[in-house]
Design a protein around this ligand. Structure first.
Ligand SMILES: [Zn+2]
Length: 480
């Protein structure tokens, strides 16, 4: 019954998703890999000597190849040397192009009016109905919501961030626990992890919003502070990978296309992401082109590392190119020609919802093409880091299957709750006498079944730490 209701809702969702414009949007992309020698340095380096060795090996590797500061349009001192193009699809083993027995995308329905579609992703830890919202558990925990509550609400795929898990508790702790599913005791729910690069580059270059708020100047990557994180620590990008410092204790971490895959193997999520570079929104076209090329090489290296031991994990590529259509097309064509199991869309997707929609409307028809070698419509598509309320409609209309964002939890912490009747600004006094009225009259979550608006208004006004019942509601509206 619930499933039927869900399917019907999804169908309605596809029909409804037509012609909406979006508000602000951030975007995300991922980062890179390392040599096997550096893999262990992620979280297991025991002393300063080992750390220095790891750093030295990266730096030496960089000297042998290229040293190109990301986003640096004035790298006149060290002119990049021509690099090998990324490996072609013929360099990957034939078996890698065969269907995976443990991961399947089932296409159930395609709209005749748009690119919207309904599907089902089968993973080793459960099914993901699409289109679907992906909750973000940054530190392997949902903010204010227990995994059981999220599961009961119908949340299926959950996103965990490799960057944060590398720093705390570290790959060794999660690995010894038997992987993330065991560590968080969520054994029947699919998980996805990213490469860690998104956070590294975000800390260095700031968000699109921050760029815009400083009039186009990169707040954290200004000429004075270029390539540094919030504390002024250098984020060193080379062909080999990136070295960053832990915001927790200042330790240096090398992150490479190979090492992120090794880390994600330790975590054991159902879906993993290769290393890519997240260039800032404001970027010189030549620098962006170089960045996309580097990302292609990094993603191919990550894929090769992944294929050494697949471990019943699926790997999605991350399509880049920013708003440059030639680069987007090039990235899409190259990455979809490789044996990835799904396609994530990352990089800069514009400064607002209009730019995002323009890009998706232009790009997504290509995702339905059958090239003769690969039928792109048969693989799932994920929109990285964007799932605000209006964007969901536009993304689904353009054939996006899943999308992740902290949007609903961030919104709720600031007192705005989503409902089928619109946004409920629960801290407003006008809800203080609406006895017997839940946040959402149709919602079946435990909060809406137990509490009314006046009590929740009181909780918000009294103490934010009492917001647990509110948080229980957060995910339900996103599961339409
Ligand atoms: Zn609810």
């Amino acid at each position: 019954m619930v499933q039927l209701l869900r399917s019907l809702t999804l169908m309605m969702f596809c029909k409804k998703a037509s012609g909406l414009l979006l508000p602000y949007q951030n975007s995300r992309a991922s980062v890179w890999h390392t040599s096997s020698r550096c893999v262990r340095s992620f979280s297991t380096l025991q002393n300063e000597d080992e750390k220095m060795d790891a750093e030295e090996s990266l730096v030496n590797g960089a000297a042998r190849s290229n040293t190109v500061p990301a986003g640096d349009s004035s790298s006149k001192r060290k002119r990049p040397q021509p690099l090998e193009p990324p490996p072609g699809p013929e360099t990957f083993p034939l078996w890698a192009y065969e269907p995976r027995p443990f991961f399947e995308f089932e296409l159930l329905y395609e709209s005749k009016k748009s690119l919207a579609r309904v599907g089902r992703i089968h993973t080793p830890h459960g099914v993901i109905d699409t289109p679907g919202y992906v909750a973000v558990a940054t530190n392997a925990a949902l903010k204010g919501v227990d995994f059981r509550s999220a599961d009961e609400a119908g949340q299926q795929l959950i996103f965990c961030n490799t960057y944060h898990l590398l720093l705390q508790p570290g790959t060794d702790v999660v690995e010894e626990a038997g992987g993330l599913h065991n560590f968080i005791n969520r054994k029947n729910g699919p998980l996805i992890t990213d490469s860690g690069g998104f956070q590294v580059f975000s800390l260095a270059y700031g968000s699109v919003h921050e760029e815009l708020s400083t009039g186009g100047e990169l707040k954290r990557a200004s000429p004075k502070n270029k390539g540094r994180d919030l504390k002024g620590n250098a984020v060193k990008v080379t062909e080999e990978g990136v070295i960053f410092r832990s915001y927790r204790d200042g330790r240096k971490f090398p992150l490479t296309p190979e090492s992120t895959v090794q880390a994600q193997k330790s975590f054991g999520a159902d879906i993993i992401i290769p290393l890519d570079e997240l260039p800032p929104y404001h970027i010189d076209p030549t620098v962006l082109s170089n960045s996309v090329e580097r990302t292609h090489r990094w993603e191919a290296r990550s894929l090769n590392e992944h294929l050494k031991d697949v471990k019943e994990q699926a790997m999605y590529c991350v399509i880049h190119g920013g708003l440059d259509r030639d680069l987007r097309k090039k990235s899409l064509e190259y990455l979809t020609s490789l044996p990835f199991d799904g396609y994530a869309i990352g990089g800069s997707l514009g400064k607002n919802g209009d730019e995002l929609m323009e890009l998706l409307e232009w790009m997504m028809p290509m995702m339905n093409e059958d090239t003769g070698k690969v039928n792109r419509r048969n693989k799932p598509r994920h929109l990285l880091g964007i799932a605000d309320e209006p964007s969901i409609f536009g993304a689904v209309r353009n054939g996006i299957d899943t999308m992740d964002s902290c949007y609903p939890t961030r919104l709720s912490r600031h007192g705005t709750l989503l409902s089928r009747e619109g946004k409920v600004h629960i801290k407003s006094g006008r809800y203080s006498r609406q006895y017997g009225v839940p946040i959402d009259r149709e919602c079946q979550c435990s909060t809406c079944m137990q509490y009314d608006r006046p009590y929740l208004w009181h909780l918000y006004k009294a103490n934010v730490s009492l917001l647990h019942p509110i948080c229980n509601h957060v995910y339900n509206p996103m599961l339409l």
